[in-house]
Structure formats: C-alpha cells, structure tokens
Design a protein around this ligand. Structure first.
Ligand code: 13P
Length: 254
C-alpha cells in the first residue's frame, strides 16, 4: 500500500511575525529548490502567523495548518478560533488532540472527536494525535492507551482523505528520546488495526499514521522507513529550515 509521506512541522508557540515569516519563506524556497518530491509538506504555525505564513508560502507546494480549533462555527467562545475561520484564512489542515493540549487544557477524547467532526464539516483535514505517557509505557499500557484514544478521538466521519493520525509518545516529545523501531512498529500496527475495525479496512490501509517525538535529520531514515510510518510530525526540528528539509531528504522524499 503506497501512502504519500507527510512531513509536517508543528511550530507550537514559537515565532514572532518577522521570525515566523522568514522561516516560512525559507521553507518555501527550499521546497521549490528541491523540485519533484515524493512527499507532502505541511507547516502549522501559531494562529497569529497564519496570514503571513500563507503569503510567504505562495507558489510553493506546502500546506498550511493550525494547531487547534473549537468545535463551534462561531459565537460566544472568547479566545477560540473556529474551523470555518481557519478554512477561510487558507488552512487545509488542523492538528487536534496534541498531548500538550490534552495536558494543558484538559482536552478529552470526546472533545477531540467533536472538534474533528467540526473541522471535517468545514472542509479541513485533521491530524489527530495520540500517545502514551512514560508511566503508561512503563506499566506496559502503551497499546491499550493509544487504542482507546483512537477509538474515542477519531470520529465516525473520518476517512483516509480527511484524517491523518499522529502517534506521539509523550515522553519522546522534546526530550531527544525515541522509542525503539520495534516499539514504533508495534504501536503503528495496533493503530492501523484499530482504525480498520472502526472505519473499515479500505480507509485504514490508506490512512497516514505519522510518528512524532524528537524526529531529527539523523533518525528520520530509520523511523520513516518503517512499514506503518507514513511521515513525521516535527516540533523542534521544524523551526530550522535545514533540519525540516533534512528530515524530508533523509526519508528518501528527494
Ligand atoms: P519534538 O519534535 O520537539 O519532540 O516535538 C514533537 C511534537 O510534539 C510535534 O507535535
């Protein structure tokens, strides 16, 4: 089954206007320079940079995504941004259920599910994140935790066209620690099996499952060549053009 690799940058809460716009310009130039590539690119800057980044990416094959959204279309939700607003500003994607939101904002699987449905209705593609904590991994519960998150966070209307899954072990995020390839393979295979039960084999086989957590140019080849790994969700290394592009290059995309 050939699934197009997705190389996605999650900038998190980083970048003032000048810095973020320059980063986007750098990515756009590097992608244009790379020419024909065997992957899809995505950058997800903070809300405040979406407009500028959109302009900076003009003419380059790089998708734009946000890092969260509300489930409502509009209304009395101070501080929130709706999926319709994201679509309107030119986003194609939105990341949902990142572990930092699950922790900092107490987001539940049910809420992530509701947001994903709303995002799909607005015409956005979702990157739905799951992953176990260190104590869950040490207790031998990684598969159980990720499976439950998939069952409850992924909405029934998810298809391989509107949904991407990201497996991000919480303990691997920003730590430089990476699970063994065997552990990554095991979780990705379990996620695909769960997706098959939930959404049917056709969707599950075509749906991309990204790995995220300390992905760098020097481990990209090993991680991204695994059977069920269809790309990367990159935090820290997406803030440097060479590292972001180095990950794509080392994955064999060009
Ligand atoms: P790092 O690549 O910095 O570990 O972050 C991963 C992540 O959380 C991407 O969403």
């Amino acid at each position: 089954m050939s699934r197009k690799l997705l190389i996605a940058g999650n900038w998190k809460m980083n970048g003032l206007v000048a810095e973020g716009t320059n980063l986007a310009k750098g990515v756009a130039e590097a992608v244009k320079k790379a020419g024909k590539v065997e992957c899809e690119f995505l950058v997800c800057p903070p809300f405040t940079l979406l407009s500028n980044v959109k302009k900076a990416l003009r003419g380059a094959k790089v998708n734009l995504g946000a890092q969260d959204c509300h489930f409502a279309e509009k209304g009395a939700h101070t501080g929130d941004i709706s999926p319709v607003m994201l679509k309107d500003i030119g986003c194609q994607y939105v990341i949902l259920g990142h572990s930092e939101r699950r922790t900092d904002h107490y987001e539940s699987n049910e809420l992530v599910n509701k947001k994903a449905q709303a995002a799909h209705t607005a015409g956005l593609k979702t990157v739905i994140c799951v992953g176990e904590t260190l104590s869950e991994r040490e207790a031998g519960k990684a598969l159980e935790v990720c499976t439950k998150q998939i069952i409850e966070s992924v909405p029934e209307d998810s298809t391989s066209s509107n949904t991407v899954i990201a497996y991000e072990p919480v303990w691997a995020i920003g730590t430089g620690k990476v699970p063994t390839t065997k552990d990554v393979e095991e979780v990705h295979a379990a996620i695909r099996k769960t997706l098959a039960k939930k959404l049917g084999k056709g969707n599950a086989n075509k749906m991309r499952i990204l790995y995220g957590g300390s992905v760098k140019p020097n481990n990209a080849k090993e991680l991204l060549s695994l059977e069920d790994v269809d790309g990367a969700l990159i935090g820290g290394a997406s803030l440097k053009v060479e590292d972001f592009m180095g990950i794509a290059k080392n994955s064999g995309a060009f």
